[in-house]
Design a protein around this ligand. Structure first.
Ligand code: ZN
Length: 163
């Protein structure tokens, strides 16, 4: 099977993009307990080693760019409120701004001619089919299960999927 992201190279199992989605949530209430059942689906998007490492570079660049943006905002605040000498915030702002642009360039180059993980989450046929069935990303519903009408509701049981 060829890689879904570049459709050029052969996909390798070790490098597949693993996505988990849950859905078909079914809540049953009885006086003593609320049972929440749902299905978890494991989806493997075929991916080659090269696309895998490109995606890793992209996520690293995203994290670094976010951190640099925080520094940039701090430098701008320092400038506005005149907390530090102008040359300090000027250097910080210039460096962080330049590096943010650099990280965005890295992202752009790494994504060149391949699909991104975000595109896979929107367009991979199996994922799209599940999204249409109101499945969500993750392995379990977030937050507490639907509230029971009974005050002494002690146990919530999550049933693993029955394929
Ligand atoms: Zn690939």
């Amino acid at each position: 099977m060829s890689c879904w992201f570049c459709s050029v190279r052969e996909a390798e199992d070790d490098h597949a993009l693993k996505i988990e989605m849950y859905g078909d949530i079914d809540t049953r209430r009885s006086p003593s307990q609320t049972q929440v059942a749902y299905n978890v689906r494991h989806i493997d998007v075929p991916r080659c080693a090269d696309c895998h490492s490109r995606h890793q570079i992209v996520s690293l660049a995203t994290i670094v760019a976010a951190a640099l943006t925080v520094i940039l905002i701090a430098a701008v605040l320092c400038a506005v409120f005149e907390w530090v000498s102008p040359w300090i915030w000027a250097i910080a702002a210039g460096l962080s701004f330049g590096l943010v642009l650099g990280m965005l360039a890295v992202r752009f180059v790494a994504h060149k001619s391949i699909f991104s993980v975000r595109q896979a989450k929107a367009n991979f046929p199996e994922i799209r089919g599940l999204l249409e069935k109101n499945y969500r990303f993750g392995r379990q519903p977030k937050g507490s299960p639907p509230e029971s009408s009974q005050p002494n509701d002690v146990s919530n049981e999550n049933q693993p999927p029955a394929p």
